[in-house]
Design a binder for this molecule. Structure first.
Ligand code: AMP
Length: 283
């Protein structure tokens, strides 16, 4: 497996692969890889001839009071995991390689970035859309796989790829969870054992919402109240948002008589966690 740090070198390899008629699969990540990332890589292996993974903690998608500096990093371990899965190249540029002196361009996707994390994290999705575009222009993939764990990000990238005629197939991969239900995340490493228990309320509240829907409930407010009750039970957790949205437009969904996505974000101690699930009526 190769490790490439320069955009120009990554582009050369991508051009070479394309000349050889190889289908390039790509997984953008911020590293500190876990089983969720590895599942995306395995899916890319199945769907493409060669697989590139980027490891880049992108400063422009973090707010000034967020965790950019302390975001967990372990390149040696990431290299080992990618090698074991059979990844062909890790693209790991430095911050100055991606944002040299004079950089001044941003990609702004409009409506779908306004609610949810867009409201809580101003500037976050401009950072995401811009870095993903730069990574796409470096790796030149035919196919890119994103986790539905970051549901809004997946919607934003799909919108951007369609709006800007990027010739890339965007695939969403279902959220990979710990056996007890907690959605895997590099940020779970911040949690103390007690906080880890509190964090389980996120996935439990989603499960309770689906149970309500399975029993015929369609009222959005009833479902949201149930979710908020579970999140608020016992303290140690501060809700950022709990919302029901249309799965594609992310406009607020008042009812669940069509599939709707339930999205939530909450602080457990200082750690901000997100989770979501698509609620399907009559299931
Ligand atoms: P990150 O390194 O957190 O930026 O994530 C890189 C990619 O992995 C994104 O597309 C995420 O949505 C995806 N991802 C992260 N955690 C999970 C998970 N638990 N299940 C599925 N995909 C995930």
């Amino acid at each position: 497996m190769r490790i490439i740090e320069l955009v120009s070198e990554m582009q050369q390899l991508a051009d070479q692969w394309r000349r050889q008629g190889k289908r390039i699969g790509f997984i953008p990540t911020m590293g500190f890889l876990h089983e969720g990332h590895l599942a995306l890589m395995r899916e890319a292996k199945n769907r493409a001839d060669v697989v590139a993974v980027s490891v880049f903690v992108n400063p422009t998608q973090f707010g000034p009071n967020e965790d950019f500096e302390r975001y967990p990093r372990d390149m040696q371990r990431d290299v080992r995991l990618c090698t074991d899965v059979g990844v062909d190249v890790i693209f790991a540029p430095s911050v100055p390689e991606m944002y040299p002196e004079g950089f001044q361009t941003g990609i702004e996707v409009s409506k779908v970035t306004i609610p949810l994390c867009g409201r809580s994290r101003p500037g976050h999705f401009v950072g995401v859309a811009t870095v993903v575009t730069k990574l796409f222009n470096s790796v030149k993939p035919h196919l890119a796989i994103f986790g539905q764990k970051d549901y809004q990000q997946w919607v934003v990238i799909r919108r951007m790829v369609q709006d800007l005629n990027m010739d890339i197939e965007v695939v969403g991969h279902p959220t990979v969870r710990e056996p007890d239900g907690l959605a895997m995340s590099s940020r779970n490493s911040y949690l103390s054992p007690d906080e880890r228990q509190v964090a389980l309320r996120l996935s439990r509240s989603l499960k309770a919402a689906q149970d309500l829907v399975d029993r015929g409930e369609t009222g959005g407010e009833v479902i949201l109240e149930k979710v908020r009750d579970i999140l608020d039970s016992g303290g140690g957790l501060r809700i950022d948002y709990v919302q029901l949205c249309h799965p594609d437009t992310l406009e607020e969904a008042p009812r669940v008589d069509e599939p709707a996505v339930l999205l939530l974000a909450a602080f457990v101690g200082k750690t901000r966690l997100i989770d979501n699930c698509v609620l399907r009526p009559g299931k």
